[in-house]
Design a protein around this ligand. Sequence first.
Ligand code: ZN
Ligand code: ZN
Length: 404
Amino acid sequence: MINALRGMKDLMGEESRRYRYITETAAEIARRYGFEYIETPILEETRLFKRSVGESSDIVGKEMYQFTDKGGNDVCLRPEGTAGVVRAFTQAKLDRRQGLKSRFFYFGPMFRYERPQKGRLRQFHQFGVESFGEASVEEDFTLIVMLSEIFDALGIRYKVLLNSLGCSECMPPYRERLVSHLHDIEDGLCDDCRRRIATNPIRVLDCKNESCQELLKEAPRITHHLCESCNADFERLKSLLDDAGIAYEVDPNLVRGLDYYSGTAFEFVSDEIGAQSAIAGGGRYDRLVEFLGGKPTPGIGFAIGIERIMDLVQMPEPAREGWYLGTMIPEALPALLRFARARRREGERVVVEYAPKGLKAHLKGADRSNARYCGVVGEDEYAREEIWVKDLEAKEEQKRSLAS
Ligand SMILES: [Zn+2]
Ligand SMILES: [Zn+2]
C-alpha cells in the first residue's frame, strides 16, 4: 500500500465539506467587496520567495519546500500566497496602470518543509486576499471588516489585535532605538532572539519565550515612535473600527513574520484552539511590489489558516437534497437513466443505484445519500411507464411519469 507523504493529508468526508464551506463562504464575501479570484502556480522560482519573504525569516531559512527540477531550475512549492500574487500582478504589468486598483482573492495549498507534528502540516491551506493600488487607510479598515464578516459568517469567535509597523521614515530610527535596547538586555535573551538582533530585530518582539517577553517589557514601542503621517493613519483606523463596533486591542508586539510589511498589521486570534492562537493575519506591504521589480504600488492583504479554523466552523446541518433513484427490475434501468438525466439537467443532484434491489434496500440507500426524494421503478410502475416517488422530508408518496 502506498500512503500519503509525511505531513500531508487527504481532505475527505466531513473535512472536505468543511474546507469547501469555508472557502465558498469567504469567496462570496470577498466578491461582495469587489475582489476577484486569482489562481497562481503552486511552484515558483525559489528566488521569488527568497526576495519577498526575506532571507532572514524562518520560512526561507529552514522551511522551504525547495528542490531542483529536471531542467536544473531552483524551484519551490509556495510557502505562502502573497509573493505569487504580487509576481502575477507585476508580470501582467498592472503596476504600470496609474490609478488602477486590483483586488484579488485566492485559496489553496501552501507548503512548508518542517518537522511534521500535531497541528503542523507540510501541506496546509490558506484563503487570502490582496489589494493593490489603494494607499488610504480606509482600505485597511475595509479588509479588517471583511475578515470579521467572514469569521462571523463561519460562526467563529475571535479577537482583533492591531499594530502599526511605521514607514520607511519612522521605522529605521525606531529599529535603531530597539537594537540599542536589545543589546542592553542581550545576555538574558534566547539564542533565536540574540541571532535576530543582527538579522531581523523587530522579530525579537514576538518571541514566544516567556523569559524574553519579561525582558522586553521595557523595550521601546513602535506605536510611540510613529511619524506624523503613520500616527494619523493609525488613529484614523482605530476611530473607523470604533465606529463600526469592531473591538480590537493594540498589541505593540504584533510584528508580522515577513520582512515586507509596513503600516497597519493585524491578527485575528482565537482562544478556542489554545491561548490566543492566530487564525488569520495581515497587513500593509507598500514596499513589496517595488521589491519584486515592479513600480512602487501600495498593497495590503490577509490570509486565513484554514486548518486552524477547520474544527471551529459552525456548519449548517446538511439538508436533504435531490434524488436517489433505483429499480427493482433490470430492464427498467435505461428508462431510469433517462429520468436521472432529465433531473440533472434541471440542476438537481441525482444518485443512481444501478443494481436492482428491493424497495427497503433502496429506501435505506436514499437515506444514506441524504436525498430528499427516493424514486423506485418496480414491475407495476414499469408496465405503466411510471416511477414511485417518496418525499423523505414530507413523508409523502406519489406516482409520476417515468418519461417526465
Ligand atoms: Zn511613518
Ligand atoms: Zn527569545
